[in-house]
Design a protein around this ligand. Structure first.
Ligand SMILES: Cc1cc2nc3c(=O)[nH]c(=O)nc-3n(C[C@H](O)[C@H](O)[C@H](O)COP(=O)(O)OP(=O)(O)OC[C@H]3O[C@@H](n4cnc5c(N)ncnc54)[C@H](O)[C@@H]3O)c2cc1C
Length: 296
């Protein structure tokens, strides 16, 4: 069937019922098809003619891309699971709470009910809210096509701003990560122009455990301040194995802004963003440390 929605160029629309059929459609289209899930990013790109596919392959009926599962110490989330499902999930809140926190702050209830985790990753926005959380969870994506199947760390699914590393015939099927132990403390914070419906100006996710009074397995990823979301290993190494005294945290906050400037360069927004990300980092660390106290 051919659709021609107001102001959008015409395209075919298929709703495959099996993963095999979806892969076949993408393979046969030879790069002229786009996957659609919630459509909250893609429809805007179609309207702006940034994408001009001949075919949209709707993946929302595929069983393999649905549901949140827990097995053998791993949490597995289907690519079409929505942000609302993630933020409401008791399993994600228990074993990956940093992701539940991030998902709960996306857009508005309507966007969270439609937008999916797979779409958020593959859209590859530098400001995507689930990405810092997935980075600190060491999340891995399962990617399939008619020809192959591979497991790819989420960081490697991102090539450049708004460009994923998926081949045109590939589908992101699931996202997996190791369940966090119950003594892990984490925090996600975001800052936007308004309370709702505004893309983050900056965000961050972090997690760690306390071992004999020292920070252990510290992981940190800022969002919306790097061209491609990433972990800041220099900050992680700086804090690892050290006691979280106020002076040390302040020094770590300076390292955060230094590392961001080193990677992104000095921009017109740097004089605003640098002190704000430092303050956001301190706020997130204090919140996570309070969580550690109450876990005792
Ligand atoms: C008003 C508004 C507010 C928003 N607020 C936020 C916000 O606060 N934070 C935030 O992070 N985002 C926000 N977004 C962006 C958007 O809602 C999210 O990125 C959402 O998660 C995208 O998911 P989707 O299912 O709608 O993706 P779609 O639009 O369906 O797809 C996005 C991209 O991913 C590809 N894709 C989707 N699923 C797969 C798959 N399984 N395999 C391969 N490729 C796939 C599509 O081809 C497309 O390129 C907002 C958007 C709007 C319109």
């Amino acid at each position: 069937m051919t659709y021609c929605v107001d102001m959008i160029l015409p395209f075919d629309y298929q709703t495959p019922k099996t993963l095999k059929e979806a892969c076949r459609l993408l393979g046969e289209a030879k790069g002229k098809a786009k996957v659609i899930a919630g459509g909250t990013d893609l429809v805007i790109r179609l309207r702006n003619e940034e994408e001009k596919p001949d075919l949209l392959v709707d993946v929302t009926c595929l069983e393999e891309l649905k549901g949140i599962e827990e097995s053998d110490g791993t949490l597995s989330i289907g690519a079409t699971v929505t942000h609302s499902e993630i933020s409401d999930s008791s399993i994600v809140k228990r074993y990956g709470s940093v992701l539940a926190k991030a998902a709960s702050q996306i857009g508005s209830p309507q966007i969270r009910n439609l937008g999916t985790i797979g779409g958020n990753i593959i859209n590859a926005s530098p400001a995507a809210d689930t990405l810092p959380a997935l980075m600190v969870l060491n999340a891995v994506g399962r990617v399939v096509s008619s020809e192959s199947e591979r497991e790819v760390p989420v960081r490697q699914l991102l090539e450049s701003p708004y460009k994923s590393a998926l081949k045109p015939d590939e589908l992101l099927v699931r996202i997996q990560f190791k369940k966090l132990s119950q003594d892990t403390c984490c925090s996600f914070h975001r800052l936007a122009r308004r309370e709702a419906m505004a893309i983050a100006r900056m965000s961050l996710a972090l997690l760690f455990r306390m071992r004999d009074g020292n920070i252990s397995d510290f992981r940190f990823s800022p969002g919306a301040v790097l061209p491609v979301p990433d972990r800041l290993e220099e900050v992680e190494t700086f804090l690892e194995g050290r006691s979280p005294e106020e002076d040390l945290l302040r020094a770590a906050a300076c390292k955060v802004s230094e590392a961001i400037v080193k990677r992104s360069g000095i921009r017109p927004s740097t004089s605003y963003k640098a002190p704000v990300i430092e303050a956001l980092f301190l706020r997130a660390m204090r919140e996570a440390m309070q969580q550690c106290q109450s876990n005792k």
